[in-house]
Every structure is written in C-alpha cells, then in structure tokens.
Design a protein around this ligand. Structure first.
Ligand code: CO
Length: 143
C-alpha cells in the first residue's frame, strides 16, 4: 500500500538570473513549445514560468523585488541552478503539521504558490540538503 504524504512530483524549481533567456534556451535549444508566459508572484518574491513536459514541469524562477528569497541563491550561483523540488500533497495543513511533528522545520505558514494552491517549504537542512516545496493538489486537477 502506498501510504505517504507525498503525491506526484509536480515540478523542479530552477533559479535563473534572466527568465527570458532561460525560456529561450528551453524553446530554442530543447525545442519545448509549451512554456507559460512569465508572471509575477509578489508575495513569493519571484517571477515564474512553467516549462511543461510530459513527465512534469520545470519552474523557472527569477527574483522579483528587493527581498526575493532567491537573490542570495543567485549570488552563490550566478548562472542559476536547481533551487527546490515540489511534491503534491492532498491536504497542506495536515502535511505541514505531520512534517513539524516529525521534526522537520516548516519554513512558512501555508501560502498561495504559483499554481494557485497553498504551499509550504521544508528546511533543506532537515531534508538531505534539498529545499522541498509541498503543494496542495489543485481540487480541479488543473494547473
Ligand atoms: Co516551486
């Protein structure tokens, strides 16, 4: 029986210094045709775009505003790099509480993410060095 909080791997987050250049690379080098227009998400401090692939998505994120959480990451990785991975969960509040009870540092209260559903992030220091985003699966299955 599959009894885990983790649903499908939804996306891999890639921090980029120039989202237009990153989109151009996925389009012109890899030939991806299904890429969303960049959109700003001020509460998260990012501009994002989704590269849609048969197996899932690559989420390109560029800093938005002065206090972007990825500015420091890009200072250390000027060309960009893998920033987080995102798993879907059925119930973000339940999953968040369960992770906290298991000793994981949950970095934020559930807040709206790029797919319009609630997300939390788990401290990479508790998760094998990987920043993990948990995202509530959209109720209508659309994203
Ligand atoms: Co993400």
């Amino acid at each position: 029986m599959y009894d885990s909080f983790l649903g499908p791997l939804n996306h891999v987050g890639i921090a980029v210094p120039d989202i237009d250049a990153a989109i151009a690379m996925y389009r012109d080098v890899f030939g991806v045709t299904d890429i969303s227009e960049p959109a700003d998400l001020p509460p998260q401090g990012v501009t994002y775009a989704f590269v849609n692939l048969p197996s899932g998505q690559v989420e390109l994120i560029q800093p938005y505003g002065d206090k972007s959480p990825i500015t420091k990451f890009l200072e250390k990785n000027p060309k960009g790099g893998q920033h987080h991975i995102c798993f879907e969960v059925k119930d973000i509040h339940q999953a968040s509480q369960a992770m906290a009870e298991k000793g994981m540092r949950v970095l934020n209260q559930p807040r709206i993410g790029a797919h319009g559903t609630l997300v939390v992030f788990l401290h990479p220091g508790d998760a094998g060095g990987v920043l993990i985003e948990l995202m509530e699966t959209p109720k209508d299955g659309q994203y």
